[in-house]
Design a protein around this ligand. Structure first.
Ligand SMILES: Cc1cc2nc3c(=O)[nH]c(=O)nc-3n(C[C@H](O)[C@H](O)[C@H](O)COP(=O)(O)OP(=O)(O)OC[C@H]3O[C@@H](n4cnc5c(N)ncnc54)[C@H](O)[C@@H]3O)c2cc1C
Length: 296
């Protein structure tokens, strides 16, 4: 196995163009497990650890650009306000050691349906910046996951960064696991309120072949919130709206039975998480200076 160690982003892109089968290694917390268990024996490993820009983030007026290799620990420490859903999801990843090494670029590279970043990324509605020697492109997160552990990257592309709009409303993340740490999700759910566009976005993890949004549930909730004037009057969301939202989220899931849980449990659990996280985010939205009159 050849170990390629580019010293710059340009060198990394050139190496990937020359060796499209080269496997990038960032934190190594996914790829080294595969190599150690002999599940994979790439001819070339492309080490990205000398490329400083991948570990940087930039907070602009309205946007955040997150380098692909920024570890979860840095996201939790530094981007809690701008990317609250992703910061909460980062908290649930593995252990402090893994959170110090692993990052969102690696989660996207692996594209496991159980990756914890994905529901938060889908709910936030970000774009993945992929680059090759041919140029750069922004892939909407909705188009990124193409199959089980497959993504939209071309063989010569690397993930440079992830582009977000700063959160303009509350976001939440919830995960079911067999214990509180060092656990791959049985299933997970992310939600983001976007008051500026008066929309709600969702993300479901570990309950379908790829991370997915619950689009019918979003459409239903967006219409119900608009119709009831909820964004303006800040009323409590009625139990019937919350229940229907949860049922539609459950219906969007397409899980399998496996060692971590049954399909029916997962379908049930994502509904429960959807109802709870909707309640938490909406309470937070109402508490931010909106009218709290009129309990429906
Ligand atoms: C003990 C343990 C517990 C874990 N628990 C969790 C958990 O709770 N939740 C969770 O989501 N994950 C968990 N993981 C998996 C892993 O930590 C995450 O998926 C992490 O985000 C991977 O990031 P990394 O930088 O280490 O990726 P790496 O292992 O370096 O790479 C992962 C994949 O992404 C590709 N890649 C990396 N960077 C780029 C790039 N810039 N461009 C293109 N491709 C790239 C690699 O080629 C590889 O295919 C766990 C892993 C271990 C070992």
């Amino acid at each position: 196995m050849d170990f390629l160690r580019p010293a710059s982003w340009e060198e990394a892109l050139a190496a990937k163009a020359e060796h499209p089968t080269a496997v990038p290694i960032a934190g190594g917390t996914d790829i080294m497990v595969e190599i150690n268990f002999d599940h994979r024996r790439p001819q070339y490993l492309l080490d990205l650890n000398r490329i400083g820009l991948l570990s940087e983030w930039h907070v602009g007026e309205e946007t955040v650009q997150l380098g692909a290799s920024v570890p979860y620990a840095r996201i939790m420490e530094n981007l809690r306000t701008e990317l609250p859903g992703l910061a909460l999801a980062s908290h649930t990843v593995a252990s402090p050691q893994i959170r110090n090494r692993g990052g969102v670029g690696g989660n996207l590279g692996t594209a496991s349906p159980a990756g914890d970043a994905h529901p938060a990324l889908l709910a936030a509605g970000c774009q993945v910046e992929a680059e090759s020697v041919r140029g750069s492109r922004l892939i909407p997160i909705d188009d990124f996951y193409t199959g089980v552990k497959r993504n939209a990257l071309e063989p010569d592309e690397l993930i440079k960064s992830i582009h977000f709009k700063k959160a303009d409303g509350p976001q939440q993340y919830s995960k079911v696991g067999t214990r509180n740490a060092m656990v791959i999700a049985v299933c997970a759910f992310g939600i983001a309120l976007h008051p500026e566009t008066r929309t709600v976005r969702t993300g479901i993890g570990s309950a379908a072949p790829t991370p997915i949004r619950a689009k019918a549930a979003e459409d239903f909730l967006n219409a119900a919130l608009e119709e009831g004037g909820f964004w303006d009057n800040g009323k409590i969301i009625t139990p019937s709206i919350a229940k229907q939202f949860a049922e539609l989220v459950s219906g969007a899931a397409n899980p399998i039975d496996d060692v971590r849980g049954t399909a029916s449990y997962r379908r049930h659990a994502v509904g429960i998480m959807a109802r709870r996280t909707l309640g938490w985010t909406w309470e937070s939205y109402r508490g931010n200076g909106r009218s709290t009159e009129g309990v429906a």
